[in-house]
Design a protein around this ligand. Sequence first.
Ligand code: TXA
Ligand code: MG
Length: 321
Amino acid sequence: MSDPAPDIRKADPDAIERAAEILRDGGLVAFPTETVYGLGVDATNDHAVAAAFATKARPDFNPLIIHVRDRAAAESLVHFDTRSKVLAAEFWPGALTLVLPRSPDCPVSLLAGAGLATLAVRAPDHAVAQALLLACGRPLAAPSANRSGEVSPTTADHVAQSLGGAVDMVLDGGPCRLGIESTVVDLSHEAPVILRPGGVAAEDIESVTGAIDFANGIDGAPTSPGMLAQHYATRIALRTNANRVAATEALLSFGAHRLTGFAAEMNLSPAGDLTEAAANLFAMMRALDQAEFTAIAVMPVPNDGLGRAINDRLRRAAHRG
Ligand code: TXA
Ligand code: MG
């Protein structure tokens, strides 16, 4: 941790107005969305975008998601074809990020898009994020508000722990409702591809697009930015699909079970509900990531609906260098 004390403000109208001012001046404001907290900067300001990369210590080939209020706001940044219009109509505001061709006159920093011909855009479904976008009047580039390689923050305290005073302000809007990042779909080619499973289930997207492919996961070569194997690594070891647990391990359980003899336990969802599990995932990974345990043993999580995103994050956390 570098700078100690971030300015955490309850996200009331005054704080949002002040945050918008900071953003227009090129500053960094962490803000809540329905998925995770974002580290927001003015997407049209190269210096601010560079500061976001530096603050996250993020490899600069990994482009950022550009947050907008709605499709009308996105129209000036990227080109929508028919299917992306339908997807935006169906899922925005919401946890779906669309990767689309940049428009010729797109004002977004090339650095934010890592120099690619495409741009990732999404309209967040959160009153504070929407109010901030309105007050600021600019598209906001916002990666998750954590240092690169740490799990995404789902509370203002997580942001403070990860980024400290490196951000100018943290808008506290309480815990994030979904707790897992958005689904990223690449629509820049004829066949749509899910680059990152996330808060909108693939099955729901397929009901609009028809069958859709997943980009190679971490076992293949990274086919896209955003497939960094260690993006979500915990400090201590983490193993998935655990059907037994050692006395020195922390158990991250799912649903009802009969495992005993662990050092600590948190349950992603005692009722076996994948939405509840997604909301708890990052906070519980953080809470159990303690040097006193030899590892985090994670019980199997079903690989459908949001379970796919959960398993993706768990596999990344488990793949340590
Ligand atoms: O839920 C979320 O998506 C959160 C909140 C704050 O909106 N944001 C987030 O941003 O998770 P970040 O920067 O941590 O992840 C962005 C993902 C990365 O996997 C990145 O590689 C991918 O989106 N991405 C962004 N632009 C892209 C592009 N032009 N082509 C392919 N992938 C892109
Ligand atoms: Mg991230």
